[in-house]
Design a protein around this ligand. Structure first.
Ligand SMILES: *[C@@H]1O[C@H](CO)[C@@H](O)[C@H](O)[C@H]1NC(C)=O
Length: 330
């Protein structure tokens, strides 16, 4: 039995449908609710945008780095919503004016839910260290990389809080990996095919939060079923000396990697800036590759960043909740 009703409330009249099932149970569906779940391409595309925010705004050296005051996103839901939407769309947002001691990222973690614990601890200190267990903990230049491809599920979002900045050197560099992937695909489809199909060995061995010996295989360009890049897994410093591919595929692989690396480093694509104490850089670690210029080594610490990770699951969950609150809808 099928009936079409109009439900009237004090504010609006809603069309809907009421079904009485063979067991006499009745279900009522509002027209709007049903329309959103229609199997048409338009309805599904609209729902996809709502649930997954798939839109990307690509950028190169012309990036207008989005900036929001740190305390604003901490206490204002609309600002926090704007922060996370921009982080998803552009892949990078600079939060400004945080305090210049350790612990701000712990606060930021509470703001979204919780941080991602790794072998480097809940947060980690990027500074020149004796007996460094990671190239980041030296004063050396860091080439473009994503963090932690040695993990099966690399952290989705990275936070870097500048506590102290060196006078000479130490500039940050970022590049939109998805934008460069699109360029590579056009310029050399075969190189793109190689990097999106070859499993590369990564490893990380040492002691920090606890002792660790991790090994993982990742494709440098992870793609979805349509061949679109969804995650970059590239950290030359943790690429293993083991490389589990047939010998005849080694040279073509390196040629493809060189082409990708050259595109990443081209003046057209990379964006260079220098962080100030109180800056918190937040970025999509699956999309944006980052690096830094080297700086003079000194007996005392001249540059100090505190870093932390979060998973996209946690960040997107917070985004959805903030949207409901900020836009007063559900
Ligand atoms: C990767 O690391 C190797 C070994 O340290 C080095 O020779 C090579 O130049 C690096 N490549 C890139 C793209 O950074």
């Amino acid at each position: 039995e099928l009936g079409i009703d109009t439900y009237s409330s004090t504010l609006k009249i809603q069309l809907g449908i009421s079904i009485t099932w063979p067991d006499e149970h009745t279900s009522e569906y509002e027209a709007e609710w049903l329309k959103k779940r229609c199997f048409s391409e338009e309805a599904r595309a609209e729902m996809r945008v709502d649930l997954f925010l798939p839109e990307h705004q690509y950028w190169g050296s012309d990036l207008q780095l989005p900036k929001i005051p740190f305390e604003e996103i901490m206490c204002n839901d609309e600002s926090a919503y704007r922060w996370l939407c921009t982080l998803k769309k552009v892949g990078i947002v600079l939060l400004t004016g945080a305090a210049t001691g350790q612990g701000e990222l712990i606060r930021l973690g509470h703001r979204i839910g919780f941080l991602r614990l790794t072998f480097y601890g809940p947060t980690w200190q990027v500074q020149d260290k004796a007996d460094a267990n990671n190239v980041a903990y030296t004063t050396e230049r860091l080439c473009f990389h994503t963090d932690y491809p040695a993990l099966q599920h690399p952290p989705g979002v990275q936070f870097l809080h500048c506590i102290k900045q060196t006078a000479a050197g130490g500039e940050s560099e970022v590049v939109d990996g998805f934008h460069v992937c699109n360029k590579l695909k056009k310029q050399n489809p075969e190189a793109y095919q190689i990097l999106s199909s070859t499993a590369v060995d990564y490893t990380d061995v040492g002691v920090d939060y606890c002792d660790f010996a991790v090994h993982c295989k990742q494709r440098i360009i992870d793609t979805d079923s349509r061949g679109q890049a969804i995650r970059i897994n590239f950290n030359n410093a943790t690429r293993d000396t083991v490389f589990d591919i047939p010998a005849e595929k080694v040279r073509p692989f390196y040629a493809a990697l060189k082409e990708f690396n050259d595109l990443l480093n081209s003046a057209e694509h990379k964006f260079t800036f220098k962080m100030k104490p109180g800056d918190v850089l937040t970025f999509d670690n699956w999309r944006v590759l980052h690096g830094r210029q080297g700086y003079p080594s000194c007996p005392e610490v001249t540059r100090h960043l505190e870093g932390a990770y979060a998973d996209w699951d946690v960040v997107l969950s917070r985004l959805q909740l903030l949207r409901k609150r900020a836009l007063k809808r559900d």
